[in-house]
Design a protein around this ligand. Structure first.
Ligand SMILES: [Ca+2]
Length: 207
């Protein structure tokens, strides 16, 4: 014979059951909010995104990348640096050594597959002695082009990394106009100082 008090405890109180159901409903609602975004983010393959490749690139550059600087005197030194890395054994370093205004390490993709889509570029950046100023700073860069003409770009103009900073992950997004045929991505140092960059990632985003 079970005492009435014990029988009451045998099944969960009504309040607890209601709470469990509410929690389940909330988890389902959260999952519904999260999955559609995840489902439409598709990775874009990059060559040598962490600067670990031992294969030679073109013109002395790391495989998959091209060093670009403003015309004029050689003003930026581009080098793989095993003394600083976010992961693996080395990162890319850009250091200003002359008077010209910018140095960029870039990867160039066929833009047609991404025309009309939004892409998100992420990478880890570390900086040393980058001065404050209007035309200074480290940045991730994304540019949508048709041939040699810019259609749209994001150079982190309002969120440059300056001063001396430890590794931190940054992301930018760009909606590529439908006419895009060429996509340039990378990292840029404008003005003085040193920039290290490592572990690039890119994905298409279609919320
Ligand atoms: Ca690396």
């Amino acid at each position: 014979m079970v005492p009435p008090e014990a029988r009451m405890r045998a099944s969960p109180p009504r309040g607890a059951r209601a709470l469990g159901a509410a929690l389940r409903a909330r988890i389902i609602a959260l999952a519904a909010m999260t999955f559609p975004l995840a489902a439409f983010a598709a990775p874009v393959a990059l060559v040598n995104p962490g600067f670990e490749s031992k294969n030679p690139g073109e013109g002395g550059n790391p495989e998959g990348w091209v060093a670009i600087q403003h015309a004029g005197d050689e003003s930026y030194d581009f080098a793989l640096d095993s003394g600083q890395k976010r992961s693996g054994t080395q990162s890319m370093r850009i250091k200003r050594i002359g008077p010209e205004p910018y140095g960029t390490i870039a990867q160039i993709l066929d833009g047609a597959p991404y025309a009309g889509k939004t892409v998100r570029l992420s990478a880890w950046i570390r900086t040393e002695s980058i001065p404050d100023g209007r035309n200074t700073g480290a940045a991730l860069v994304l540019a949508a082009m048709r041939g040699g003409s810019f259609l749209a770009h994001d150079f982190m103009t309002r969120s440059r990394v300056r001063g001396t900073t430890d590794w931190q992950r940054y992301s930018i997004e760009l909606k590529l106009p439908p006419a895009t045929t060429r996509l340039e991505l990378g990292a840029m140092l404008e003005g003085a100082g040193t920039l290290w960059v490592d572990d690039f990632e890119m994905e298409t985003v279609e919320p």
